[in-house]
Design a protein around this ligand. Structure first.
Ligand code: ZN
Ligand code: ZN
Ligand code: ZN
Length: 338
C-alpha cells in the first residue's frame, strides 16, 4: 500500500517537469534520475573564494552535487548507479524513493544492483569508499568497470581492500558491448578520450524499451573522439554531456588547454545547424564552479536555453519507455485506480 502511494506521488509529480523532461517516467518502464550535476569537486568547491561558491555556501539551492545518474526500473524494483561520486551518501538519500516500491532486505544489502563508474577521477569513483567498513559496509556491492578500471581498483588500496573483503564485488565491463540490465534495458560503454592517468574513460548509452540516454560527463574535445557527437544524438533521445566549462578563459591564471573539455560555447556552435528536436536532446552536466551557466539566472544559462538546449538539474527525470501519449495514458490509469 505504501509502495502504491509512493508510486502515485512520484509518477503524479512527473508532470512538474524540469527542462528536458519531455517524457516523464511511468510505472511500466525504466527511467533515469539526475543525482548530481557538478564537476568532480562540486559547487561550492573546497576553500574557493569565488562569488558562485560563496553564494552556494549561503544558499543551498545554488549548490550542486557531483555528477551522477540513477537508472531505476519500477517493474522489477532494480536500480543502477552511473558514477560513485564523493557525494554518494547524500545521493543515496535522494535515490531512496527510486524506484517506488523497492524493498531492500534487512542488513547491509547492496545499495544498487550495480554501480558503473565512468573513470578513475575523484568525482566518479571515490564514493566507493562509502561502501567499506568505516561507513556502510556493503554486503557484496556489485561494481562493473572497464577492464583497465577494474585492474586499477583490484591492484590499489584502498579499493583493493574493498574487493578483497567482499564489500565490493568487481566485474569487468566489455567496451562497446551492450550488456542487459533487464530484457529490454541495456547499457553500453563507449571509450572517450580523456586524461587517463589511472584508468580509461567511458561514456554510457542506456537503452530502454523505447528511449535511450547518453551519459558522457568527461571528454577532452569532441574532435578528438573517433565518433561524431551528431551520430550519437541521432541515436539517443537524451544526451547528458560534458558541460564543465562555458567558455575559454574561465579560469583566470590557468592554461585551459591543460584541462581540455568541450566548452559549452563550442558545443552550441557545433550543433547550431541541427534541427530543434535534436538540439533539445542536449543537457549539459558536470559543471565546474567557474561555469556561469551553473546559475540559471545568468546570461550563459540563457544562451544555453536560446540554443534549444538545457543545463541538468538535480532530481530531473527522463523516462526510457514510450512517448508522452503513453505517459499520459498511464497517469490516467493511476487516477482511475484510486
Ligand atoms: Zn569529472
Ligand atoms: Zn568557486
Ligand atoms: Zn575526469
Amino acid at each position: 500500500m505504501r509502495a502504491t502511494a509512493a508510486a502515485l506521488v512520484l509518477f503524479g509529480l512527473a508532470g512538474c517537469a524540469a527542462p528536458g523532461d519531455d517524457v516523464p517516467p511511468t510505472p511500466d518502464a525504466p527511467y533515469a534520475v539526475v543525482l548530481g550535476t557538478a564537476q568532480d569537486a562540486g559547487i561550492p568547491q573546497i576553500a574557493c573564494p569565488c562569488d558562485r561558491c560563496a553564494a552556494a555556501r549561503e544558499d543551498s539551492a545554488a549548490r550542486r552535487l557531483v555528477t551522477s545518474v540513477l537508472i531505476a526500473d519500477p517493474r522489477s524494483g532494480r536500480r543502477f548507479l552511473l558514477d560513485a561520486s564523493p557525494d554518494l551518501a547524500e545521493q543515496v538519500e535522494r535515490a531512496r524513493p527510486h524506484p517506488p516500491g523497492r524493498r531492500p532486505p534487512p542488513g547491509r544489502p547492496p545499495l544498487f544492483d550495480a554501480i558503473f563508474p565512468t573513470h578513475a577521477h575523484a568525482g566518479h569513483y571515490t564514493g566507493l569508499l562509502e561502501l567499506g567498513n568505516e561507513a556502510y559496509g556493503a554486503d557484496g556491492q556489485r561494481v562493473v568497470a572497464t577492464p583497465r578500471m577494474a585492474a586499477f581498483l583490484r591492484a590499489n588500496d584502498p579499493w583493493r581492500f574493498l574487493v578483497e573483503r567482499g564489500f565490493v564485488v568487481l566485474e569487468e565491463l566489455p567496451l562497446e558491448t551492450e550488456i542487459a540490465l533487464a530484457d529490454d534495458l541495456t547499457l553500453e560503454a563507449l571509450p572517450v578520450p580523456h586524461r587517463d592517468e589511472h584508468s580509461d574513460t567511458v561514456a554510457f548509452v542506456v537503452r530502454g524499451p523505447a528511449r535511450a540516454l547518453l551519459y558522457l560527463p568527461d571528454i577532452d574535445k569532441w574532435d578528438r573522439w573517433d565518433r561524431r557527437l551528431e551520430d550519437i544524438l541521432a541515436d539517443v533521445d537524451v544526451a547528458l554531456v560534458d558541460g564543465t566549462f562555458f567558455a575559454d578563459g574561465e579560469i583566470p591564471g590557468r592554461a585551459m588547454d591543460q584541462i581540455p573539455h568541450p566548452f559549452i560555447e563550442e558545443t552550441i556552435a557545433r550543433l547550431k545547424a541541427l534541427p530543434e528536436d535534436v538540439r533539445a536532446k542536449v543537457v549539459f552536466t558536470h559543471l565546474n564552479h567557474t561555469n556561469p551557466a551553473a546559475d540559471p539566472a545568468s546570461d550563459a544559462a540563457r544562451t544555453v536555453r536560446e540554443a534549444g538546449m538545457a543545463v541538468a538539474e538535480e532530481g530531473q527525470t527522463f523516462g526510457l519507455g514510450g512517448g508522452a501519449t503513453r505517459a499520459r495514458e498511464s497517469a490516467g490509469e493511476h487516477r482511475g485506480a484510486r
